[in-house]
Write a protein that binds this ligand. Structure first.
Ligand code: UDX
Length: 450
């Protein structure tokens, strides 16, 4: 059993704290947000993450997990301190490191024994060295410490399983002894452990996320071309994915990536490159293609519905992906905005993100369920691929709608089946096939008259 402090109780920090506690360690999770800590002490989670509440409750009950706002309490007798604070996007694409800086300073001031400080937050290459400088400068008296980079690769919605079954653990440090100790902490996870220098570890995180974002933008570019040439991107992706050099994952075409990581990390990597005079051409293309997906969705809907002025459009899903209530960089935000600007009345339903979305999208009417959303809508747009949308009673949906128009931004439905059900349906990058192949969209004035 090791004693561990985790600074920051956001997605990464709270999952890291709860999982290390579950592995039998004594963990104190710290946050300067008193409200968050008070709520956690009452067993209330600051975020929605499947399984997290139960995991926290179990480990608090077993006495392995505690919460505090005091650095002195968190660091007393602690050997490891993880920094897992937010690194939001700064002004021109660079990561804003003020929380990392504050955490490093507070750790320096409060540490009373030798410490291994582990950076989990996604930070620009070189931050590990900078954190070491901050700690050195702010220690009241010199106390041995080491900085290790250990980037997280957790996906929201499956963060616990990603933590417990990682594909790899990356550790970066100039101190082999410290890296070895952090490696020991991860041994129960039985994953390959890569030990490298600080900057390379930091780069592995950016390169991994940028590559995944590139895969998504690549398949979205192919989707665009498929649409023009009459091919089906879903089948293209399956056909490509069997090649082990390509792989089937992250080839889902649609509205593109959102969330707290990909948009921010790709931008930050491009910014780091540019600061050093390099031209990250591919990264810019990845970002441009991603931004275009949202615009293309609205254009397609316009092609299907005609003028959007006065039309009622229902968004199926708001969160940036299923199984989360996270609205950060969610395509729904841009799509709702563009639709409103074009004069449409926008409604939405999401199983759990509506509370978070209300403030961001004050013009959008939230509906109680997909059927209430469909009632009287001129069109539905699938924005998030929640499983529950795959099982809807589509006949009922069709009968409730003013016009049976569905634009499927995540390709969750089968075009032939939707056509057989009498929908005017389009997905992204899917060449029209089957009995509806020749069907023309209803003209705007025709539908207005209905
Ligand atoms: C991601 C990384 O996967 C994780 O390793 C990293 O540490 C944090 O960022 P997350 O943002 O939770 O995790 O979501 P992820 O499941 O990776 O999806 C990101 C976005 O890409 C979502 O908006 C999703 O809808 C989109 N996506 C994903 C696609 O559009 N197509 C795909 O094929 C896969």
């Amino acid at each position: 059993m090791k004693q561990i402090a985790v600074v920051g109780v956001g997605y990464v920090g709270l999952v890291t704290a709860a999982c290390f506690a579950d592995l039998g360690n004594k963990v104190i999770a710290l946050d300067i947000d008193e409200r968050k800590i008070a709520r956690l002490k009452q067993g209330r989670m600051p975020i929605y993450e499947p399984g997290l509440e139960e995991l926290v409750r179990r480990n608090v009950h077993a006495g392995r997990l505690q919460f505090t706002t005091s650095y002195a309490e968190a660091l007393e007798g602690t050997e490891f301190a993880f920094i897992a604070v937010g690194t939001p996007e700064g002004g021109d694409g660079e990561a804003d490191l003020r929380y990392v800086q504050a955490a490093a300073r507070s750790i320096a001031q409060a540490m009373t024994n030798p410490l291994i400080v582990i950076n989990k937050s996604t930070v620009p290459v070189g931050t590990g060295d900078w954190v070491a400088d901050i700690i050195r400068e702010h220690q009241p008296q010199p106390m041995p410490f080491s900085v290790v980079s250990c980037p997280e690769f957790l996906r929201e919605g499956s963060a616990i399983s990603d933590f417990m079954h990682p594909h790899r653990v990356v550790l970066g440090s100039t101190d082999p002894e410290a890296a070895e100790k952090v490696a020991q902490l991860h041994l129960p996870l039985r994953a390959p452990i890569i030990v490298t220098d600080l900057r390379t570890a930091e780069m592995i995180k950016y390169a991994s996320n940028a590559f995944l974002a590139t895969k998504i933008s690549f398949i979205n570019e192919i989707a665009n071309i498929c649409e023009a040439l009459g091919a089906d991107v879903e089948e293209v992706a399956v056909g490509m994915g069997y090649d082990p050099r390509i792989g089937p994952l992250f080839l889902k075409a649609g509205l593109g990536y959102g969330g707290s990581c990909f948009p921010k990390d790709v931008k930050a990597l491009a910014h780091m490159a540019e600061e050093k005079g390099r031209q990250p051409q591919l990264l810019h293309a990845v970002m441009d293609i991603n931004a275009d997906r949202r615009r293309i969705a609205v254009e397609r809907l316009e092609e299907m519905l005609g003028d959007l002025q006065g039309k009622t459009v229902g968004l199926l899903g708001l969160a940036f992906k299923p199984n989360t209530d996270d609205m950060r960089e969610a395509p729904a935000i841009d799509i709702a905005q563009m639709l409103s600007e074009k004069g449409a009345e926008v409604r939405a339903y999401d199983p759990i993100a509506m509370d978070n979305a209300r403030d961001l999208l004050p013009q959008v009417t939230m509906c109680a369920d997909p059927y209430a959303l469909a009632k009287g809508s001129d069109a539905l747009v699938v924005v998030t691929d929640w499983n529950e949308f795959k099982q809807l009673d589509l006949q009922q949906i069709r009968d409730l709608m003013r016009q049976p128009v569905i634009f499927d931004g995540r390709n969750i439905y089968d075009p032939a089946q939707m056509c057989a059900l009498g929908f005017h349906y389009r997905g992204m990058g899917r060449g029209y096939k089957g009995p509806c192949a020749e069907e023309k969209p209803p003209a705007a004035d025709e539908t207005d008259a209905e």
